[in-house]
Design a protein around this ligand. Structure first.
Ligand code: SF4
Ligand code: URA
Length: 239
């Protein structure tokens, strides 16, 4: 082969690598499917961003006036698994991101260790987007967290339903009692609820719900980790 041709081929393959194509043959069908998937997740991302803007200025409930930063939720717009906690705590309120404190670090470990995936490939949110505080006048106080009230959950839950309708996860994983009770619409305790998959409608989507213990509870009761590990196996079997 002449040096000219070799050079041309080199440039050709470099360009293909830059556009994400590999291999010798151009797979047009695969490429088109890729573009279609890309478009779908772009639309979902745009809709999620619009919803997040709404949450940024939301005052539907009193938490909107005491929070430092709302924590909308984060992760993949095409996630198969959606974790739902109860509400932002001190660290989340300061950073404007869900599950970034000690409980969040443990959740990250469950995602990578037991579910063998990454935080960026699942979706993580809460039943309320703003920090519920015992003393709402002092967001700087430690140990000031409390579970959200029924009214606060009622005001905020439409946001979570819209997130679920856009992302369409296969499995929703409520973390802890307030989240499990809200999503499963029951008063049953988390100890009774966990270990099973429930077929539910959430917003307009049909989804499997697999409740498990909250990672903050696991930090205080490490013997319960084995049960959470069982729950992660159940989650994986549903994907
Ligand atoms: Fe709005 Fe939810 Fe925040 Fe209440 S908790 S102000 S409903 S975003
Ligand atoms: N606990 C929760 O329930 N949610 C968070 O985002 C952080 C801690």
């Amino acid at each position: 082969m002449s040096e000219d041709k070799k050079q041309l081929l080199k440039v050709y393959f470099e360009k293909r690598r830059e556009t994400g194509e590999s291999g010798f043959f151009y797979n047009r069908r695969k490429n088109l499917e890729g573009q279609k998937n890309m478009k779908k997740s772009d639309t979902v991302t745009a809709a999620l961003e619009k919803l997040e803007k709404e949450v940024l200025s939301c005052k539907r409930c009193p938490l909107g006036s005491s929070r430092l930063n709302p924590c909308f939720g984060e992760g993949s717009p095409s996630a198969e698994i959606m974790f739902v906690g109860e509400g932002p705590g001190y660290t989340e309120d300061h950073m404007g991101r869900v599950f970034v404190g000690r409980a969040g670090k443990l959740l990250d470990k469950i995602i990578s260790g037991a579910l063998k995936t990454e935080r960026s490939r699942v979706y993580i949110a809460n039943i309320v987007k703003c920090h519920p505080m015992k003393d709402p006048s002092d967001p700087e106080k430690r140990g000031n967290d409390r579970p959200p009230s029924e009214d606060e959950v009622k005001s905020c839950i439409p946001y979570l339903k819209q997130q679920a309708e856009l992302i369409k996860p296969k499995v929703i994983v409520p973390l802890g009692s307030p989240s499990a009770k809200t999503i499963l619409q029951t008063d049953e305790r988390i100890t009774k609820l966990r270990g099973k998959a429930y077929d539910r409608e959430f917003g307009s989507i049909k989804v499997k719900v697999v409740p498990t213990y909250h990672p903050a509870y696991l930090l205080r009761n490490s013997s319960k980790k084995a049960e959470v590990y069982e729950d992660t196996k159940l989650i994986l079997s549903l994907l």
